[in-house]
Design a binder for this molecule. Structure first.
Ligand SMILES: Nc1ncnc2c1ncn2[C@@H]1O[C@H](COP(=O)(O)OP(=O)(O)O)[C@@H](O)[C@H]1O
Ligand SMILES: [Mg+2]
Length: 221
């Protein structure tokens, strides 16, 4: 479902330019759960952002399911991002003034659903991540692990086929990190979601089917 061929990414121009990805090729099958590992600054987030259509490669080819990403226009990319991809970040990125329920319901705004249509869908996802009793809480009233579960519910609410998580356990203690990995593993098993997790935690990586090492802008195999 994911096919990257000879992806290069350079930031900046001229003397100040830095080539972060130097020809990355990668295949990920539907339903796989992969860890992307590598030293800080090696290009893991850059790679994940390209996979998530948040950033464009400087050159190379990317096929996601039936779509040739390099040939898609901005509308097609936005549509794909909204429908097929769920993101989870290290720092949660929840909206502080919205309840857990409204945070989870928010992506559905872009589907044109009204509030009364959005809320039951969000409720289902919060229940799925075990937060049915915390729906009206603000993020600041939740623990780090609970916030990340809200973020996972938000990623799931638009029924994506691919979950991209950038150091999802990086701000969490060991037991919350285990819970988050339990949840991602469960979604992979039960919903058949493809899951790609950037991490430098070996315990996290060991729970994935496959480990991909980024070093010096290329993938080591
Ligand atoms: N928007 C950007 N502009 C310029 N340089 C960037 C940008 N994003 C990342 N970089 C640089 O690219 C390199 C890889 O960054 P990143 O992909 O975030 O690495 P990782 O996630 O593995 O720590 C770093 O040297 C970083 O400074
Ligand atoms: Mg990073």
């Amino acid at each position: 479902m994911i096919q990257l061929d000879d992806i290069h990414k350079t930031y900046g121009t001229g003397a100040a330019s830095v080539e972060v990805l130097k020809g990355v090729s990668l295949r990920v099958k539907r339903g796989e759960m992969c860890a992307i590992m590598g030293a800080s600054g090696s290009g893991k987030s850059t790679l994940l952002n390209i996979l998530g259509l948040l950033d464009k490669p400087t050159s190379g080819r990317y096929r996601l399911d039936d779509l040739h990403v390099q040939d898609a226009d901005a509308d097609e990319l936005a549509d794909l991002r909204n429908h097929r991809i769920g993101f989870v970040f290290q720092a949660f990125h929840l909206m502080g003034r919205l309840s857990a329920l409204d945070n989870v319901a928010h992506p559905l705004l872009y589907r044109g659903l009204n509030r009364s249509e959005r809320r039951p869908l969000a409720q289902t996802e919060l229940e799925r991540v075990g937060l049915g009793d915390r729906m009206d809480h603000l993020p600041e009233e939740l623990s780090g692990g609970q916030r990340q579960r809200v973020a996972i519910a938000r990623a799931l609410v638009s029924k994506p086929s691919l979950i991209l998580a950038d150091e999802p356990t990086g701000n969490l203690d060991t037991s919350s990190a285990t819970e988050i990995m339990d949840l991602l593993t469960h979604m992979n098993d039960t919903l058949g979601l493809t899951v790609i997790v950037v991490t430098h935690d070996l315990a996290v990586a060991e729970r994935c089917h496959r480990r991909i090492l980024v070093r010096d802008g290329i993938i080591e195999t």
